[in-house]
Structure formats: C-alpha cells, structure tokens
Design a protein around this ligand. Structure first.
Ligand code: AMP
Ligand code: MG
Length: 519
C-alpha cells in the first residue's frame, strides 16, 4: 500500500501529447493541443465523507488519515509528481455537434500504477475552473457527487463496466445551483469525487482532433490508445480492428444496462468511453416500472432520445460519430462502415444470450427468440417493477396453470393492475415460459442459479439516493452507509428492507423519478 502524497505518479498522457502548459484557466478554445495544464482551485475545508475500501485495496492506496493527505482528495494539496490537467474534447449533444467541450470541472491529477502493473487515471470532479469551464463554475454539489460516488461503485458490483469512485469529500464551500432550471438558484453544499479508470478518454476526444483536422494528433492519440489499452491489436489494419472492438464493447455495455435496468440519461458522445465503460453519472436512473420510454433526464423530455429502450440504437449513432472521426486514419471507409453495420448483429446476439440468462434458459435456440421478444413486449405493456418481477420469476412455481394464479403470483410487482388484455397476454406468456423451462436440459436449480446471478435483487433506486442525500445534507449518514454496503452484494438477499417497489410519494417527487442536468 502506498500513500496518496508519497506515490510517484506517472503522467504519460501529459508526457506524450502537446498541451497548453500556460496554467491559464481563462475559458477559451485550445486548438492544437489535447489538454491544458490546470491546478485544482483550493476549497474551504476538505472533509472525507466516503472511501471505497475495496477499490483502494485493489489499487494499493492507503486510506488517508492526515489532513494533508485528505486535502489531495479535494484539490487542496498535490503530490510532488502530479501534473494536473483538463482534457480537451468535443461532442455531439442530443444529436447536434457541440464543438469544443472538455473537462470543465474535472481535473486529472496523475496516473496511479497499481501493484498489478495496471495504470489508473485519478481525476477530481468538481475541482474548480479549467479553460473548458465555459461560463460555469467548475464545481459539483453534494447531491450529484453522492450520486456519482455510489452509483459508479454500484455498477461495478453489478458487473457492469464502469469508471470507479475512490472517495467523496465535502468542500465546505457553498455552490449556487438552479436545481430545477426555473429561475430559483439556491446554495448547496459543494463536494468532490475522485473517480478513476484506466482511461477516461471519450469518443469526443477523437471527435475534437478530427474536427480540427489535426490528423497528426488524431493518429498519435489513436496509436497511443491502442498500444496502451488494446495492446493485443497490432498490424496493418489496427484502426479497423480497434473500432471493431469498441463496437463490441459498446454493444456489451448496452446489453448490461438493459439487464439491470439502467438508464444513463445523457448519452452524448462526450459521455461515451472508448474503453466501453459507463462514464459520467448525471441524471441517470434505474427503471422502476418497465417503461421503455422512460428517460430520467428532464432536458431529454421533448424527444426522449435517451430513453431506456433507445439506448442501444443511440449507442450505434454515437459509434457512427466515432467512425467518422477516425475515418481519416483508414484507406477508404468501406470496411469501417461495414464494421459499424455489424453492430446490430453483435448487439442482438449478446442481447439474446443475456435474456436467456435472465430467464434461466439452458441455451437460446432459434425458437426462443419469439419468447424473448414476447417477454419484452408484454413487460413493456404491463410495466411491472422490473427488479421485483424478475426476482419473482426465479421462484415461479412451475405447476401454476390458471390465469388467476399466475397473475396473482406477480401481484407485488404491479404499479397498476394489468388490463384484461394485458392479463391474458401475460398469462399466455407465462404458460409458454413454464413449458420452455421444463424443456431445459439443466436442472431447475441450475437454471435458477443462473437467474440469480443475472437478475439483481437490490438496485440503487433514485428515491433511495434522494433520501440518503436529504439526510446527508442534514449531517446524518445512516441511510448513506446502508446503501454503501448494499451496493456490494446486489444479487444477494441481504437487503430485504430495500426490496420494495418505488413508493407512491416518489413517483412525482423531483430527484426520485426525474432529474435535471444541474449538478
Ligand atoms: P455533462 O453534461 O456533465 O457531460 O457536461 C457537459 C460539459 O459541461 C462538459 O464539458 C463538462 O465539463 C461541462 N460542465 C458541466 N458542469 C460544469 C460546471 N459546473 N462547471 C464547468 N463545466 C461544467
Ligand atoms: Mg460529461
């Protein structure tokens, strides 16, 4: 274990690429460079609120106890070998080209080499202004920081690829936010999350250099990313192979999100990781009722571009943006387009496998595709609580035959009683399902085990987060600590107090169902 203050950090991104070394934090365009050096702006007082023990152990990071070490987590102190910077990236937001965006409030401190030899980018989110802050303050509030901290760790334990969060600190500084975008700004407590991943590079980093027609920078960035994060890819057609792997990883990620019921809420290309990780936790949510049209982001309401059921197709659109960005590195676009078009097939295959696991099928045969599709359609119509429905399905008594019995068995999962037509559809589906389960070549226990491993029993619902945040703002951390434990074993039956539908009061309460981007 090493301490945050005495570690010899690496700074390979900074050492490799051209950056703006001026240290000037004035908002501006930065053509020709991939980052700007930017030191965190000190805050009033850094107080450690949460620390991810498992992650720290994996990375070999000693828990800070002295204030000078805790200060590193809030940007009030730097280790001598750190070379902090904000990355320059662009992006498509809600389908439109947004030009230069960049790390407006995130500052990478350095790269931490773990005992296994893997390198981790340590980044503070909310550490103050950078040249990419535009008109904003570079800060983050407690409520959004708690959400990023808990949810990124929750996703890790759900086995969904994600960035991680090492620590959460409060800053002692008030931060002004118009939470509902309705002209009523108010002060909220400030906070900073230290997030980490092998790399936080996004599609948008490539889009930026491509848009500026900096082909040398584009090539250098792609070469570096491949050599460092995709070292098995070599040879003549490496850019194509690399893109294919990003397509594959992104398809896997979308399938995983659907498996656990996660809705990201802001799938702009600047929020898409080139490593296929879930990145940038903003107005996300798990679905409670199985509504494919659900978007948690109030800004997304007009078009519902980022709705639960649209994520897989938006990912394809985003991959198209990445393909356009890297196209100058290939001779002709034919193969790149073909690789992009493979996405639908790759995704469908992964989706079917995932659904087979969720449903406890021994294997997914051609004849099972209809069953899977009907499941999706029927759930989308009935809209039961997704988590509870699948938990009940695991223990469905296979001898049930009557519509009444079958429907009653799932009664704890309904938000509204199914209509007559929906009842008939669901009963018919369940009968077909029972018949199919009985054809499994594996035992019922094995099938149920598979279901238990793929259907979470605990998900970090927005209303729980909202309650924990309300408590924290009053200086009370009981629920927060309970949630911090619960996220670690989401497939177990250890958290029955949270095994419940979203309560009625939370349906329309801000922060419990929908959120704004204000963070
Ligand atoms: P997001 O919607 O969180 O992905 O952010 C989009 C862009 O806005 C990114 O370039 C962020 O760095 C920037 N941004 C968001 N919030 C702030 C803030 N409070 N201060 C500065 N930049 C911000
Ligand atoms: Mg972002």
């Amino acid at each position: 274990m090493e301490s945050l203050s005495s570690k010899a950090y690496k700074n390979e991104f900074v050492d490799t690429f051209d950056g703006d070394d001026s240290g000037n934090l004035k908002p501006r365009q930065t053509p020709g460079v991939l980052y700007s050096k930017a030191n965190p702006t000190p805050v009033e007082k850094v107080t450690l609120l949460a620390w991810s023990e498992d992650l720290a152990n994996e990375l070999g990071i000693q828990k800070p106890t002295k204030q000078e070490e805790i200060d590193i987590l809030g940007g009030n102190n730097l280790a001598p070998t750190m070379q902090p910077y904000a990355a320059c990236y662009a992006g498509h937001q809600f389908g439109n080209w947004a030009g230069q965006l960049g790390d407006g409030r995130a500052i990478t401190l350095g790269e931490w080499e773990a005992p296994t030899g893997t390198s981790w980018e340590l980044q503070l989110k909310g550490a103050g202004q950078t040249p990419y802050s535009r008109r904003a303050d570079g800060r983050a509030v407690l409520r959004s920081s708690v959400r990023e901290y808990l949810m990124s760790e929750a996703m890790y334990y759900l086995r969904v690829p994600t960035t991680r969060a090492l620590s959460l600190v409060t800053t002692g500084d008030p931060v002004l936010r118009d939470m509902f975008y309705n002209g009523n700004p108010a002060y909220e407590p400030g906070a900073i999350v230290l997030r980490t991943a092998p790399s936080l590079l996004r599609f948008g980093n490539f889009e930026m250099v491509a848009a500026r027609k900096e082909t040398d920078n584009l090539k250098k960035l792609a070469d570096w990313t491949i050599a460092r994060y995709y070292p098995h890819i070599q040879g003549e057609d490496k850019y194509l192979q690399w893109f294919k792997e990003i397509v594959d990883r992104t398809a896997s990620l979308m399938v995983d999100w659907l498996r656990v019921g996660f809705v990201h809420g802001v799938m702009n290309t600047d929020n898409m990781s080139v490593l296929g990780l879930t990145i940038d936790y903003g107005p996300y949510s798990f679905v409670d009722n199985y509504d494919l049209n659900f978007t948690p982001n109030t800004t997304d309401l007009p078009g519902r571009r980022y709705a639960f059921g649209k994520q897989a197709s938006v990912a394809y659109w985003n991959l198209g943006c990445l393909a356009s960005a890297i196209a100058p590195l290939l001779d002709g676009t034919e193969q790149l387009v073909a690789a992009l078009e493979e996405y639908a097939t790759i995704y469908s295959k992964k989706y079917l496998t995932m659904m087979g696991n969720k449903l406890g099928l021994d294997e997914v045969k051609q004849e099972d595709i209809k069953l899977v599709t009907t499941f999706d359609e029927t759930l989308a119509a009935v809209q039961p609580d997704m988590t509870i429905f699948y938990q009940l399905l695991i223990d469905l008594p296979l001898h049930l035959t009557e519509e009444e019995e079958l429907l009653n068995y799932f009664s704890d999962s309904y938000y509204t009683p199914p209509t007559k037509k929906q009842r008939a559809a669901l009963a018919a589906l369940l009968k077909t399902y029972i018949a199919r389960i009985q054809q499994n070549t594996c035992s019922r226990e094995e099938s149920q085990q598979r279901m238990r491993e793929n259907n979470p029993r605990f998900v970090l619902r927005n209303y729980l987060l909202s309650q924990a945040i309300e408590e924290l703002e009053k200086g009370e951390n009981t629920l927060f600590q309970k949630l911090q434990e619960a996220i670690k074993t989401p497939y177990s039956g250890n958290h029955e107090e949270f095994f419940a539908k979203r309560p009625e009061w939370a349906t329309s309460k801000a922060g419990c169902s929908m959120l704004s981007c204000s963070s």
